[in-house]
Structure formats: structure tokens, C-alpha cells
Write a protein that binds this ligand. Structure first.
Ligand SMILES: Cc1cc2nc3c(=O)[nH]c(=O)nc-3n(C[C@H](O)[C@H](O)[C@H](O)COP(=O)(O)O)c2cc1C
Length: 244
């Protein structure tokens, strides 16, 4: 499949055959993911491959997405990692600055690009994937489960496997809503979002499973009406990130 076609056919998969993915394939996917661009080449990521059945079940439970882990062919925890960079600094007698809002952004960007390379490579092999931000529902417990040291924290988990069911692609916002030429244009949103809501209403009403009456703006309003994971700031502080 052409790369463009592959990217345009993405949809998250949450039900897999259970067939385990061979180690050579995992290594290949990780090597491919590592070729993602990295801010100042810090490579501020680590990934835990969860092969221990008990730990996998616990990760599923703590992430509140246990059903996906049960049938996945492999399960991972993607982490922002400044620990290795600290060791690199120590090698040269330097105590590096890890604790800054900038480093947090650098780490999140690095992990996301690394993970998305992994995802695209996996989808090119015919696998399905699902990101699991639910891993941030219990970040302290998950950190303990996988012995994550200070300066390392979980950003999201990921399941991958042979799909037993593929969802239709979900319509994205119109290009005009996300592409601004030379200057940010806020005035267009009223019309564009009304059109998008109509499109999403018909998508949700007619898709092959989990049909519902819903639109995008209402979903976003309901989702963002209150603060999500208010414990996150304190959790990050325990990992050495206090947004200095
Ligand atoms: C960082 C991130 C976290 C996500 N967390 C979850 C999750 O915890 N559970 C889940 O079922 N899907 C999760 N998703 C999948 C999104 O719901 C999905 O990508 C979105 O609805 C668009 O659908 P599509 O991927 O099928 O196109 C996550 C996606 C991303 C990028």
C-alpha cells in the first residue's frame, strides 16, 4: 500500500486475534520507530514491552482498558525518559537540568513521534493498533509496576495485534478548520463546526457498530467541561518535573 493511502486508512483497533507478535518483528518496529526525528537528538523515550501476563492484566486494569490487552498480540508502555540523559551528563561530571516545562514538552514530542513511527510501521505490516492514554489514569501505580525511576513517566500505552474487526475511518475536521494561511482565522469556526457536526452526526448514526446520536462539538464540550486527571501535576512533580 502507498504511504499516503496507508495513513488515510487508519482507524483504531480494539479487538485482536490474540496471536502473539514475534520478537524479531517487535525489534524491527522499535528500530523503525527510533528513526523518527528527535528534538536536539535527545531521544527522550523508553518503551516497556509487557510480556508478563500478570503485569499486562494489571496494566489493562489500571488503564481502564482491560479488554484490549486481553486479545492484543503485544502491549507497550511508552514513557518520557530523561533518566538516560542524566546518566549521559554524569559521564561528563554534569548534573543536567531535567526539571523544566521546556524539557517536558521536548519529551512529549519525542515520545509521540517515536510512537507514531512505530504505529505507521505496524499498520504497514497489516497490524492494528490503539493508543491508550488511559495509562495516565493511574500513573503512580503504573510507574511502580514497571519500576520507572525518577525522570521517567508513562505518557500512554499501546496495544497492537491482528485485527478481528476493523472500524470505518472516522471523518476528521475539514481542512479549512485546521489550515490557516498566514494568519489565524477564528471567525470561520461557527460555520465550519456546524458543517462538521452534521457530518459527524451522520457518521455516528450510520457506522457499523456502536451507533449513537452524537456530534463533535457536544462531545468536546462534555469531555472538557471539567479538569481531567487533576492529580497529574503532583504526579509529575514526584518524577522530577515541576514546570520550572
Ligand atoms: C494519545 C492517545 C490516547 C488515546 N487513548 C485511548 C484510550 O485510552 N482508549 C481508547 O479506546 N482509545 C484511545 N485513543 C484512540 C482515540 O480514541 C482515537 O484515535 C480517536 O477517537 C480517533 O479514532 P481513530 O483512531 O479510529 O481514527 C487514544 C488516542 C491517542 C492519540
Amino acid at each position: 500500500m502507498q504511504t499516503r493511502e496507508l495513513l488515510r486508512s487508519h482507524s483504531s483497533v480494539r479487538k485482536y486475534s490474540g496471536e502473539q507478535i514475534p520478537k524479531e518483528t517487535i525489534i524491527d518496529l522499535i528500530e523503525t520507530a527510533q528513526m523518527a526525528a528527535s528534538s536536539h537528538f535527545v531521544q527522550a523515550y523508553s518503551v516497556i514491552w509487557v510480556t508478563d501476563e500478570e503485569k499486562k492484566a494489571k496494566l489493562g486494569e489500571l488503564s481502564k482498558n482491560d479488554f484490549q490487552f486481553k486479545t492484543a498480540g503485544a502491549s507497550f508502555l511508552f514513557c518520557v525518559d530523561f533518566k538516560r540523559l542524566q546518566v549521559a551528563g554524569q559521564k561528563h561530571g554534569v548534573d543536567i537540568v531535567t526539571d523544566s516545562a521546556e524539557n517536558l514538552l521536548v519529551g512529549v514530542a519525542d515520545v509521540s513521534l517515536f510512537a507514531q513511527n512505530f504505529v505507521v510501521a505496524a499498520e504497514a505490516m497489516g497490524y492494528g493498533i490503539c493508543y491508550i492514554g488511559g495509562a495516565r489514569n493511574n500513573p503512580a501505580e503504573i510507574s511502580e509496576l514497571f519500576n520507572l525511576p525518577e525522570h521517567v513517566f508513562p505518557l500512554f500505552a499501546l496495544t497492537i495485534g491482528t485485527p478481528t474487526k476493523r472500524n470505518e475511518t472516522k471523518p476528521r475536521l475539514p481542512v479549512a478548520a485546521v489550515l490557516h494561511e498566514n494568519s489565524y482565522d477564528v471567525d470561520q469556526y461557527e460555520t465550519l463546526l456546524a458543517d462538521y457536526d452534521a457530518m459527524m452526526e451522520s457518521y455516528y448514526a450510520s457506522r457499523s457498530s456502536n451507533q449513537k446520536m452524537a456530534n463533535w462539538t457536544k462531545q468536546m464540550a462534555d469531555f472538557l467541561v471539567d479538569q481531567k486527571r487533576p492529580f497529574m501535576k503532583d504526579f509529575l512533580a514526584t518524577k522530577g518535573f515541576t514546570f520550572k
